[in-house]
Design a protein around this ligand. Structure first.
Ligand SMILES: [Zn+2]
Length: 357
């Protein structure tokens, strides 16, 4: 849906004008990119799936590097506990409960007005995955869960688009670039290990440090810059893992699985299936409900709910209220996050009671 859309700010075919040459002079001086590489970056596009700590850092670096079109997709809103590591956001964003995609778009547009930046508030799933991820030169992983990563892997292999896996928890993180038909894919790496390939712990249970997410994001973005500037020979093709606390770094070549369900057999179960549950865990103490796809009138909802619930707050993108001990955040697309429970039945019942079936 986005193909063919070209901002007038884009450099013309073979010309980086003087202002842009000045702006990106340090990157052009770097032999690995040069003027030809910079011209390609200006015409390139990237989609960042998820804008938590890793996604925010990746988007920031891509936009500063001058990648012509950057889309950021995220389902969540900014909270005070994000600010320790999510470098695109500020206290005011958390106070206003801005969706991360909205806060990111504003900040990134201010960072580099030459880049076409687009923030989309959405949960990537089987219904919208192809539309949200399609039409970009590379997909970068800023997600926090393997359900979405396997969906991205399916889409990327099916469409033959490179994508860059990145994850971090505690002080440990890893990243791997997937080039369909050339390298191993995520399924080659993690088949039979669906729990998460040694990443079963989550940031909600054991915490996470700012330095590791920004390190992993930096390594992933460097790979993206190689791809987008046409320097594919510089891609290292390895799974790199590192721990900023122990100082241990490791880099291993991952072989393709000759019988991989995804990149060899072409079975795209995460993309094609309707296996995606309508209710999913979202952090340690929250449940996300997305079984309804029609839009909500947040103003009308606010008027209706105000007499019945506490602390109703609303902005252009979401409405939040408390029904002790729970807090519900409802997005304009009808999706909701119920905080204060791990029980899908409880979340569903609160949703039905206050939002409707
Ligand atoms: Zn594979």
């Amino acid at each position: 849906m986005m193909t063919g859309e070209r901002s007038k700010n884009f450099a013309s075919e073979n010309d980086v004008d003087d202002a842009l040459r000045q702006k990106y002079s340090r990157q052009i001086l770097f032999a690995g990119i040069g003027e030809a590489g910079q011209e390609r970056l200006l015409r390139a596009s990237a989609v960042v799936a998820g804008c938590g700590a890793i996604g925010a850092a990746i988007a920031n670096l891509l936009v500063r590097a001058g990648v012509g079109r950057v889309r950021v997709i995220d389902r969540d809103f900014v909270e005070p506990s994000n600010l320790q590591r999510q470098t695109l956001f500020e206290e005011a964003d958390a106070r206003d409960a801005l969706p991360k995609a909205v806060a990111a778009e504003r900040r990134l547009a201010a960072v580099n007005s030459h880049v076409h930046v687009e923030g989309i508030v959405a949960d990537i799933n089987t219904q919208n995955g192809e539309e949200l991820l399609g039409g970009f030169d590379v997909i970068l992983d800023g997600t926090d869960n393997f359900e979405t990563r396997f969906l991205i892997n399916d889409f990327a292999v099916k469409q033959s688009v490179p994508w860059i896996y990145a994850a971090a928890v505690g002080s440990y993180g890893l990243t791997m670039t997937v080039r369909p038909g050339v390298t191993a894919c995520l399924s080659c790496l993690l088949a039979g290990e669906r729990g998460g390939g040694g990443m079963d712990e989550t940031c909600d249970t054991i915490g996470v440090l700012g330095p590791i997410v920004n390190l992993v994001a930096s390594m992933a973005t460097a790979e993206a810059l190689k791809l987008l500037s046409g320097r594919t020979e510089a891609l290292h093709g390895r799974l790199v893992s590192c721990d900023v606390w122990s100082g241990k770094f490791q880099s291993v070549r991952v072989a393709r699985n000759a019988d991989c369900a995804v990149c060899v057999r072409g079975e795209f179960t995460h993309l094609d299936g309707d296996a995606q549950p309508h209710i999913t865990m979202c952090g340690r103490d929250s449940v996300q409900i997305h079984e309804r796809s029609r839009a909500l009138d947040l103003e009308a909802l606010k008027r209706r709910l105000s007499p019945a619930v506490d602390d109703v707050r609303q902005n252009d993108f979401l409405l939040r209220f408390r029904v002790a001990p729970y807090e519900m955040t409802v997005f304009a697309d009808g999706r909701a996050i119920v905080k204060g429970t791990q029980d899908p039945a409880v979340a569903r019942s609160i949703y039905a009671r206050f939002i409707g079936a």
